[in-house]
Ligand binder design. Structure first.
Ligand code: C2O
Ligand code: CU
Length: 550
């Protein structure tokens, strides 16, 4: 077991994309940011120094943070932000996980440029449960705005309007040739014939689920959210913001007469008001045809993949249902078989009555807000975890987050009566080791959109998913308690539901939110407080001395 040290200088950097240069927030001047590598069981110590004018925190997305909740990172949930000139040491151990995760800023919209991969290798001498790859390549999908993203979101929130769409999607920070003057900014993957490559896919986009494909090549999914899966062969991968997916790429036996386009573009179920463009990269075989005598007169073909239609909900449901835990003797799926507490959360957009300092764009003093069980979460002024740990919850949060929506949810296509949402900073309190079952029901009353729900501090098992209204009488009988996908982010389908189970064995305060940043900004978020257990190793230790103050 090693301790690995990293230093993250948060600093501005000029970056040119789409023929325009802008100054962006970066880690160490890099975009995308540096790769973190660790082995399962290692300790990571990352010193973050903030040199920019914004408040910053870093979140280690998918790291379970077992009894190290102070290092989780979401601003005002587990810590106050690191202010200009301040330093904070993130210190945690990577326990019981191996695969691809990622890190990103977790305050306002800074994660638009502040993100990078986390590669967790298995313990030494522990082989992968799949053919050993020749090379491993992180592929981070992102979004690029020509404008400054903090300005984009601040203006939108001020005006009570939807923020502007991004101007491009990117692969490892590069938009590719389908965008204006971006041919030189193209991601290229050079490969040898007859070999296996491990692609570590990460969706770091702010507001879009993405399809990913490589022309004329089959991909085999072997891991999702740092959990091994049953091998799944597919031409197309669907990946929501927050999720990571490892795929094996087996190259052709002989060097082909072609280059192959790598492409990603959105999956979206709402009205097509998003940026429906495609980011592309190239898969190039080394020593291509031109050096091959027989092919001398031939031209190099450029082959493009075929992606599903932007709103192909059938593909999405099928793909998500096919992802299964490996569930081998060595990597068993530890699905909670019994349930202590049952929750039913509706997730979606609603209408809120504006208060004095909130702008209204709707009639009768209303505005659009996003909510869980009709509660639109308001960020506190101090971190929830500090308030909880030091017993100072008064005026910070209340513990009355509803276990069910205020009006029974039964959407039939007619707008139901429970469209109004209320603002509040409410949490659910769970005793240590509570086995939780949570049904997430997408409302799709305003805007038929799916929501990638992300839970901090845990992996959960997706024991069921379906279209339409969840049926508490029939659906639980069909739950998969054997080999369900184990993830930290689940795409709740538009007008459908997802049922998850997790064991609340990690004391702390854990954020849960939609990983579409615009929905988070509108309030689609909440927090769970997991109490300490009785034993020493079931308690959250006190905070580090350099924990930032608000
Ligand atoms: Cu990837 Cu709360 O975030
Ligand atoms: Cu959402």
């Amino acid at each position: 077991r090693l301790t690995r040290h990293y230093k993250f200088n948060i600093q501005m950097q000029n970056v040119t994309r789409l023929c325009q240069t802008k100054s962006i927030v970066t880690v160490n001047g890099k975009f995308p940011g540096p790769r973190i590598i660790a082995r399962e069981g290692d300790r990571l110590v990352i010193k973050v120094v903030n040199h920019v004018q914004y408040n910053v925190t870093i979140h280690w997305h998918g790291i379970k943070q077992l009894r190290s909740g102070w290092a989780d990172g979401p601003a005002y949930i587990t810590q106050c932000p690191i202010q200009t000139g301040q330093t904070f040491l993130y210190n945690f151990t990577v326990t019981g996980q191996r695969g691809t995760l990622w890190w990103h800023a977790h305050s306002s919209w800074l994660r638009s440029t502040v993100y990078g991969p986390i590669v967790i290798l298995p313990k030494r001498h522990d082989p992968y449960p799949f053919p050993r790859p020749l090379k491993e390549v992180p592929i981070i999908l992102g979004e690029w705005w020509k404008a400054d993203t903090e300005t984009v979101i601040n203006q939108a929130m001020q005006a009570g309007l939807a923020p502007n769409n991004s101007d491009a999607y990117t692969i490892n920070g590069l938009p590719g040739p389908l965008y204006n003057c971006s041919a030189k900014d193209t991601f290229k993957l050079k490969v040898k014939p007859g070999k296996t490559y491990l692609l570590r896919l990460i969706n770091a986009a702010l507001n879009d689920e993405l399809f990913f494909s490589i022309a004329n090549h089959t991909l085999t999914v072997v891991e999702a959210d740092a959990v091994y899966t049953k091998p799944l062969k597919t031409n197309i991968v669907l990946i929501t913001p927050g999720q990571t997916t490892n795929v094996l790429l087996k190259t052709k036996h002989k060097t082909p007469n072609a280059n192959f386009v790598i492409a990603a573009r959105p999956y979206a179920t709402g009205p097509a008001t998003f940026d429906n463009t495609t980011t592309t990269g190239l898969l190039e075989y080394e020593k291509n045809t031109l050096s091959n005598a027989k092919a001398k007169n031939k031209k190099l073909l450029l082959l493009r993949p075929v992606l599903p239609k932007f709103n192909d909900t059938v593909f999405a449901m099928n793909f998500n249902q096919k992802i299964r835990s490996l569930n081998s003797a060595k990597f068993p799926a530890k699905v909670p078989k019994t349930v202590d507490k049952l929750f039913f959360f509706t997730v979606g957009l609603g209408i809120a009555q504006c208060s004095k300092n909130q702008p209204c764009q709707g009639p009768n003093n209303t505005r659009v807000a996003a909510a869980v069980n009709n509660v639109s979460f308001v960020m506190p002024n101090t971190a929830l975890l500090q308030a909880h740990f030091f017993n100072k919850s008064k005026g910070v949060y209340t513990t009355d987050f509803p276990a069910n929506p205020p009006v029974k949810f039964n959407y039939t296509g007619n707008p139901p009566s429970n469209i109004m949402v209320k603002f509040g900073t409410k949490v659910v309190v769970l005793p240590y080791n509570t086995s939780v079952e949570l049904v997430l029901q997408d409302t799709s009353i305003i805007g038929a959109e799916s929501h990638p729900l992300h839970l901090h501090g845990f992996n959960f098992f997706i024991v069921g998913q379906g279209n339409g209204n969840f049926d508490p009488k029939k659906d639980p009988a069909k739950f998969n308690l054997v080999d369900p996908a184990e993830r930290n982010t689940a795409g709740v389908p538009s007008g459908g539901w997802v049922a998850i189970r997790f064991l609340a064995d990690n004391p702390g305060v854990w954020f849960m939110h939609c990983h579409l940043e615009v929905h988070t900004s509108w309030g689609l978020k909440m927090a769970w407080i997991v109490q300490d257990g009785k034993r020493r190793n079931q308690k959250l230790p006190p905070p580090p001395s350099d924990l930032p103050k608000c």
